[in-house]
Design a protein. Structure first.
Length: 128
């Protein structure tokens, strides 16, 4: 059964060939519009260019570019979820952006994929 929770999904990477192959299979499983775009996470401007009319960005690549992606989300007021951090110090620096995200009226969830159990704790904390 195809659910209608997601209306549009944008897959972006610097090299789009893999995303194009994945999309062929994914389209069979959803009624959402799926678009593949090229973006370079090392460039805030490149990420900004793909965030038009995007509600949430899920960044699932190397953490080296987390801050560039976070800035793009702030610039476009796009909610941000990232999957990894460069380590405890980097994660603490990311968490220091909390005020910026609140001021922009968006949510930033950092390091969601770092520790699977942490996401459960964070979800419980958010629910409470």
């Amino acid at each position: 059964m195809k659910k209608g929770y997601v209306k549009k999904l944008i897959l972006a990477d610097i090299f789009t060939e893999g995303a194009e192959k994945f999309v062929k299979k994914l389209r069979e499983q959803t009624s959402a519009e799926i678009v593949v775009r090229q973006a370079d996470a090392s460039s805030t401007e490149s990420v900004v260019a793909i965030l038009t009319d995007v509600d949430v960005l899920l960044y699932a690549r190397i953490p080296e570019y987390n801050f560039k992606v976070m800035q793009a989300c702030l610039d476009t007021k796009t909610h941000d979820i990232d999957m990894a951090s460069d380590g405890p110090d980097s994660l603490l620096q990311q968490l220091d952006w909390d005020g910026k995200f609140k001021q922009a009226g968006i949510v930033g969830i950092m390091g969601l994929g770092c520790d699977l159990r942490f996401s459960n704790v964070a979800a419980r904390y958010a629910a409470d």
